[in-house]
Design a protein around this ligand. Structure first.
Ligand code: 3H9
Length: 704
């Protein structure tokens, strides 16, 4: 006999042979929305009273168990019932409850499973507590129950990194009782429940397990490790405090501590920043032009040019199972490109991303390195990554136009050149697109998809699909010098150079920006990229330089002295004996002082706060222009570019989100003040002025 009742729209209660299936159906990820929480509470109450039911199974409909609390409810007034109460109710139930996990059980989803008395997971399922990545800690018992099951060290591993375990690892650590390998979680859960029923298995409350033990040394080591890693982020250290509470107090008291810490984190700007970043990453691919466009199939990728960039792109494609043909100008260069790719793949083996056999198979079967363009005749997508020169690129595109099959996608990896002009070298400009990878291309997650005037929507859709397959985040950009990222970089870097001209040291600028949360300061970045790049850019723009532009002459001098950064052991910093950790160098400060003298500047001091304010104001002002011109469609696109490609602290959400948090009026006031000294560089963007006048935020443009 089978009875079924809907508790509400997202939760059903189904009874069969004294077993109950409580099914959550809240697509797309079965998030624990108010309706799900209310339904689950009602279902457990019903089960508790149901005299014809012995065991309940909580299971998710669709492709996963539960993706966690409903993030879209965060920052809004809390809605009853609260998740911790629902989970306590599950645990307190007098009859056994089994959690049946497939796909993923994340955050509050895993906490529901921890509140159940037994757990079964489907092979390959992922179980994790990723709350710290959202600036939170597990706030529905996870910090108290997980260490009781796995021990403190493993629980801290999971909670402070947010990295999930596979079902198989979860079994090893005692987090689940059984792993099903047959691929039918519902059936496996019913079988498991039947066994429990036959055995008359008791309820088994995780919260009733003995307090986990941890010696002071272990906790102290964790604290030091997390403080070292935190770089301004607070969530992981708070999570440690909650887990420490689990080692000292009984469950009830531990849950109170956890709740207090969770609510405190909920109020932080970091939580708001990280959740903004989470939704922005998912919104970047939602573009009006993609609504009716289908991606074209891509299996065979051609790459032109086997330097660092071309080899990196080829490696990224090979690691994502594409067939790759790389063309170089002669046999020797083709062989060198193969060696570079082999080195990158070997490094991937060392990092555990690839096994040795797969690496050999890739090199033998899926990679062709040739010196003959005609070998690209069957490629679905060809990415050009040759020297940054319009003439060279046009020659390459003319050749590609001759050899590529009709309908093939012709992409350029240029980082600033006019893609409309490149496309004009072909008879098929609608098939030309910019795919701006970041170096090293097989590691960096950002891909700027640069859409030229004639690029077809199918190409844009294909570029986004390609990025997904490569494990990268794609952001749409329009054509201009530097697109989104490099155009912004040259502007905020100029603001930093102006501060150097006025008296700041590059080391103070780097320190101030690292303290703000950047992965690296701009001068350490310049050393990493190579000072020849900045020099070439200044040369390229020399003809259009405005007489009022303040010029960093010391940077040219560094170049002429052969101080090209890390690769020559000296740049802004010194790198003794191949070290990657730079040391400050008084010789550089002397060069800068000489430029100041020549420019007749009396040096003044800067506070770290002013350095950050000026740097951010320059970034935000130029970003507003980029949006106005339609180069970026929304502020969130800029946030994603800066976070994924330029080391901007993710916990600040991105520069546009950070600007909203700080207040646009105050940034505009700063710009007006800076303009009193230099009204050439500091011209307020009309969009920024308009938003301030209308008392609006950048975020208001994300939803339009
Ligand atoms: C938590 O649990 C706190 C508790 O400890 C305590 C509470 C008291 N809520 O990523 P996708 C949306 S904190 C609302 O493309 P996938 C997402 O925005 C939470 N919405 O799919 C997207 O919407 P749209 C801890 C969510 O298959 C759609 O679902 N949990 C949530 O590539 C599809 O998402 C996490 O941090 C959510 N929780 O990956 C897990 N999750 O279609 C966060 C997703 O409109 N989620 N959406 O763009 C994930 O990591 C991935 O979404 C997941 C699926 C792996 C689940």
């Amino acid at each position: 006999m089978k009875t079924e009742a809907a508790m509400n729209e997202v939760l059903s209660y189904e009874r069969e042979n004294r077993l109950v299936l409580i099914t959550i159906a809240n697509p797309p990820v079965n998030a624990l929305s108010q309706q799900v929480r209310a339904g689950l509470l009602a279902a457990i109450d019903k089960f508790a009273m149901d005299e014809s039911a012995d065991i309940a199974i909580i299971i998710g409909n669709g492709r996963l168990f539960i993706g966690g609390a409903d993030i879209s409810e965060f920052g809004k007034p809390p809605l009853e019932p609260r998740l911790p109460d629902v989970i306590n109710r599950v645990e307190a139930c007098e009859k056994p409850v089994l959690a049946a996990i497939h796909g993923t059980a994340l955050g509050g989803g895993l906490e529901v499973a921890l509140g159940a008395h037994y757990r079964i997971a489907q092979g390959g399922a992922k179980l994790g507590l990723p709350e710290v990545r959202l600036g939170l800690l597990p706030g529905a018992g996870g910090t108290q129950r997980l260490p009781r099951l796995t021990g403190v060290d493993q629980a801290l591993n999971m909670i402070t990194s947010g990295t999930p375990l596979t079902a198989e690892q979860a079994l090893e650590h005692g987090l689940v009782d059984r792993v099903d390998t047959q691929g039918d979680i519902r059936r496996a859960a019913l079988l498991f429940a039947r066994e429990l029923q036959v055995e008359n298995a008791p309820v088994r409350r995780t919260g009733a397990l003995p307090r986990p033990t941890a010696d002071a040394v272990l906790l102290q080591q964790w604290r030091e490790r997390l403080e070292h890693r935190a770089r301004g982020e607070v969530a992981a250290l708070s999570a440690l405090e909650a887990v420490e509470a689990a080692t000292r107090t009984e469950l009830g008291e531990g849950l109170v501590t956890e709740r207090k810490l969770f609510l405190a984190l909920m109020q932080t700007p970091q939580r708001a920043g990280l959740i903004h970043a989470f939704f922005a990453e998912r919104a970047v691919g939602k573009l009006a032009e993609l609504r009716d466009a289908n991606p074209l199939p891509v299996e065979h990728v051609g790459v032109v040019g086997g330097g660092t960039m071309g080899a990196g792109i080829a490696t990224a494609a090979l690691l994502s199972d594409f067939d790759v043909t790389l063309v170089e100008r002669d046999e020797g260069a083709a062989a060198r490109a193969r060696d570079t790719i082999a080195t990158y793949l070997t490094a991937a083996v060392k990092r555990g991303k690839l096994d040795e056999t797969a690496c050999q198979a890739i090199l033998e079967e899926r990679l062709q390195t040739v010196d003959d363009y005609s070998r690209l005749a069957h490629a679905d997508l060809i990415i050009e990554a040759v020297f940054e020169s319009m003439d060279v690129k046009k020659t390459v595109f003319r050749t590609l136009d001759d050899v590529a099959r009709p309908g093939a996608i012709l992409a350029t990896n240029t980082s600033y050149l006019d893609i409309n002009e490149i496309a004009s070298a072909t008879n098929r400009p609608e098939s030309v697109i910019g795919l701006h990878f970041f170096s090293p291309a097989h590691v960096m997650k950002l891909l700027e998809v640069v859409v030229a005037d004639r690029t077809s929507p199918e190409l844009v859709a294909t570029a986004f699909a390609l990025a997904r397959r490569l494990g990268k985040t794609a952001v749409r950009a329009g054509v201009c010098d530097g697109f989104i990222g490099n155009r912004l970089l040259s502007h905020y870097r100029a603001a930093a150079d102006h501060m150097l001209l006025d008296g700041a040291s590059p080391y103070q600028v780097d320190r101030a920006l690292r303290a703000y949360g950047f992965a690296m300061g701009p001068y350490a970045v310049a050393d990493l990229a190579g000072l020849d790049i900045g020099y070439a850019t200044r040369q390229r723009r020399a003809a259009e330089r405005h007489p009022r532009e303040r010029y960093p002459a010391w940077a040219d001098e560094l170049y002429h002295q052969g101080r090209l950064g890390q690769k020559t052991g000296k740049g802004y910093y010194r790198y003794p004996e191949g070290s990657r950790q730079g040391l400050e160098d008084p010789a550089v400060e002397k060069l800068i002082a000489a430029t100041r003298e020549q420019a007749g500047v009396t040096p003044r001091s800067f506070t770290d706060r002013e350095i950050v304010d000026r740097y951010m104001a320059a970034m935000v002002n130029e970003a507003a222009r980029i949006i106005e011109e339609g180069i970026a469609q929304r502020p969130l696109d800029i946030d994603v570019v800066l976070v994924h490609g330029y080391g901007f602290p993710r916990w600040r959400g991105g520069p546009m989100h950070a600007a909203d948090q700080r207040g646009l009026a105050s940034i505009l006031a700063d710009i007006h003040r800076y303009a009193e000294e230099d009204d050439h560089f500091w011209r307020p963007a009309p969009l920024l002025t308009q938003l301030v006048e209308q008392d609006r935020q950048f975020n208001s443009l994300n939803h339009s």
